[in-house]
Design a protein around this ligand. Sequence first.
Ligand code: GUN
Length: 253
Amino acid sequence: STIDSSIPPLKPIYEPKDASAPRNESPKLAKLISTLQLQQHIEGGYFVETDRDVNRVPNPFLNASPSAASNEQTTFYTSTGAVSANLSNKLTEVDPDKNKDASKGEKTRNASTSIHYLLTPESPMGAFHRNRGRTIHTLHRGRGRYVIIHADEVLPSYDTHSGIRGKARVETFIVGHDVEKGERLQWIVDGGKYKSSFLLPLEGEEKDGDGLLISETVVPGFEYSDHDFMRVERLEALVTKEQADEMRWMLRK
Ligand code: GUN
């Protein structure tokens, strides 16, 4: 893999379908979807909001861009260690959403929201997107792979192709129950990072798995105005050409 030499290239195990294509879930998954009252998610997969805290907190994202969820600092890795820099003007060149007024002036937010989220063989991928809020994920069932693009952590300019700056750190890990093999039961994604996920079969299982069922809690609570999808131009600006080639299938169609 161009992302992590210890793993094979990222490729779909279960082919993602068009959003409009009919889905033919197994009886077991169809029952789970109806029991939990899951709806199709625009990212792919299914979800239901299980909690929305009525307690409201000051909106921490007022006048903030999605790429700078908690601060305007970008971390660079150099031979002598990590350094941070205020890059607010340079980032504008590679972040077309930078000046988008996405916070819409809401003065407060629900303190947190929680969802169940399910990937299935018929809807096996959550497309690359980011949220301003920090998300805590917990595994219930199944196995999957996550890919995180740390748009706020820029590596040295090993690829000068873009001519603007270095490339973002890309991270990938498996979520699953085999903790002895390094699979994760819980994972945290800070605000402003791009995230994608896809279903993996259980060890020894063929392609008729029971899906990947997790819970996610976002702080402060989820709002569409904090959410946006990765576009192909942004992916190509953030990572090397080889990495983009490996990850393009994880973009929303
Ligand atoms: N509505 C649409 N997508 C989401 C989401 O990811 N979380 C919550 N809480 N609500 C949503």
